[in-house]
Structures are given as C-alpha cells and as structure tokens.
Design a binder for this molecule. Sequence first.
Ligand code: HEM
Length: 390
Amino acid sequence: MFDFDPFDPAYFSNPFPYYEEMRRDHPVYRREIADHRVWPHYWMLSRADDVNAALANWRTFSSARGTLVDTDTSLIPPNIFNMDPPRHDELRSVLARVLTPSRIAGLEPHIRRYSEELVAEFLERGGFDGATEFAHMIPTVTMCALMDLPLDERQRFLDWNLVTMAGADFTSPEALAAYGEMGQYWTGLVAQRRQHPGTDLISQIIHAEVDGEALSDDEIGGFCSLLHDAAQNTTMNMITHGVMALGRHAEHRRQLAADPALWSKGVEELLRFVSPVQGLTRSTTRDVELHGQIIPEGDQVLLLYGAANHDEHAYPNPEVLDFDRPNLKAHWAFGHGIHYCLGNAVARLEIKVSLQTLTELAGDWSVDDAAVEYNQLVPTRGVAHAPITF
Ligand code: HEM
C-alpha cells in the first residue's frame, strides 16, 4: 500500500520516486495526522496541472488559514503569505514598489565579495560545509545589505531562522520564543528608522502608503519577519543543493565554467531540479471534485511544487539535469499566481553569484554523500550539513 509522509525523515534525501508514484496512482492523496494540532488530515496534489490550477484559483484554494501543514497560523506574526485579496494585493504592492531592479542590482557586489572571501578560506582548508559555512551565510548577508542591518549580528538572524524553521512544528515553544524575540527586535528597529530614516528597504516601507494611509507598526514588523523568513530558509537550501548538484555533475560544472552566459539557464534548471520549496498548503473554501475524489470545504491541501517540477508531462526525463530544456523558466520553484515569489530576482542573483564564484575560484569539488544530513522536506527541502572537498 502506498504510504507517503513528508515529515518522515526516510523521504528527506530523495522524495522524487514517491512523487512519481503519487502522480501516477494517487493524484489526490489523503493523509491522516495522528497527533494533529489543527487539521486531523490533509490532502496532497502532485500533478503539475493540478498544482498549477490550484495556485491560479485563490478563491477556492485560500491562503488565509496559512500555508504550512497543520499549523495554527494565528500564533505566527501576520504577513502576506497568509492573506487573500484585497489586503494581500495592497500590502504586496508596497513591497513590490520598494524592491526595485536597481536596489537588487546594488546587492551584487556585496554577495560577490562575501562569496569570494568565503571560498578563498575554504580553498586554504581544502573543504567546507556547503550548508552551514557557505549557503547559510549568503542570504543572511544579502538581507543585512537590503535592510541595512549590522553584519556582525548576522548569526542572530540566522539562528532565529534555524529555530523557527526547524522540523514539522512551526509553533513549538522554541519557535514562538524566537518569533517573540524577533518581534521585539523589529519593533525597536522600526522606531529607530522612523527617527533616523535611511535609504534601506525598511525606511522605504515605513514611508509607503496604501490608499493614503501609512502602514501600522505591526504591519511593518510583519514585513521584516516575512523578508527574514521567506528570504533565508529558501535561498540557503537552494544554494546548498546547488553546491551538491554541481558537485555531482562535473560535466555541467565544466560547461558553466567555460560559458558564463549559460548561468541564467543553469540557475533555472537548478531551481526546477532542486525545488527548494517542496510544498505549501492552501485551504478549500468549497467542496472540490478532482480525479473522482471530493476534497471537502475547509480542508487543507498540500501543493507539492517539487512533484510538479518533476512531472514528466511538464518536463520529460525530469531526473536529468538539462540546461537546454525549452521551458526552463516555467517551473513552480517560486510558486505561481498571486503569491508568486516577490523576491525571485534577489534569489536568482544570490544563487548565480554564489555558485558562479565557487565554480570560478574552486573549479572542481565533490560531495561526501554518505555524510550529508537532511533535516526537512516540507516546506523547504532542508540540509543541515553538506561536507564538500576540493
Ligand atoms: C531560492 C529562493 C526562494 C524560493 C525557492 C522562494 C519560493 C517562494 C515561493 C514558492 C513562494 C510562494 C508562496 C505560496 O505559494 O504561498 C514565495 C513567496 C514569497 N517570497 Fe520567495 N523564495 C525564495 C527567495 C525569496 C527571497 C530572497 C525573498 C525576499 C527578498 C522572497 C520573498 C518572498 C515573498 C515576500 C513572498 C510572498 C509573496 C506573496 O505572498 O504574495 N523569497 N517564495
């Protein structure tokens, strides 16, 4: 009997064969939760067409009750991830206005310099941990540059993220304590930026208006938390998996080294192949009939972006890394529809610059596969340790 639990560590290292079986035989798959907090069960959708259609239909597949499996979202600081229109669209437009292409382009020298410093040190040592020593640091440093935060506090920002995103329970006492500390930090920061505004993202959000009204301090704090949460865990896991994927695919690494113009294609295919966000949920606002099953109103549905990205109908030979695919950019790594990742350009820049720097300076590297430690599958496919040698 088919039995797939995305919270079972047995599936963390390679969920793709299970997704294949699910797409083929169980496209609407129901799972009971023994010790549930909110929902006694949830459904999973794995076919690309179904995931895409659900993401395009926010009226039926709502984000208002959260996007994490069996999580009481009222305990987590409110943000646009967990909102439907109209408030979602109003607040999203604030962030979209301040995250300008020139601001994003201005991040490149920071990411490049920092990546170069890290790789130079790794080369002296002959190896590194692709997760903790490299990939974890890149988004933290990028966020410090975006929000003009002190770089020497980067470990604190990273620790908050590691605690809030550790494992299946996003409302554990440790996670809620970290959210509390973060909330206090953002409140202090917003007060300070009100008095001494700069040109950073937070100062700009403070001065943004929706229909002639300024945002409340809670809403601004929510943006800070959102940026911190959305930007860190996703990107660090993507970069870790990128280091591992290129470590295992020497030919692709050499192609990229020989032709820097290939990086934009390479980044898209790596995003599809890795799918750092493997799945997020919606809750149904009416009964939905799909493939002969009824998903009742009010149920939670996990949309498996990772399974959609490996659907052979959308991407033939999905387990092959192929920089020449015709539809490279059509993947679901950044979602689809009204919640499509607002930070996608920042993420693409971080992935490209960090992996390109490693490729140019280090040339060849390999992954000690037996020693890689995975710690999560949904929402992000997390890697705790990824030992790399040159
Ligand atoms: C590889 C890195 C990243 C991946 C894979 C990723 C993935 C995603 C996905 C799948 C969503 C859609 C959520 C949903 O369907 O409910 C999303 C939303 C979002 N992302 Fe990203 N993300 C990444 C990096 C970033 C970065 C660096 C930022 C900020 C600088 C960011 C900011 C956001 C925001 C604000 C949203 C919410 C959009 C909304 O609800 O309208 N993300 N991201």
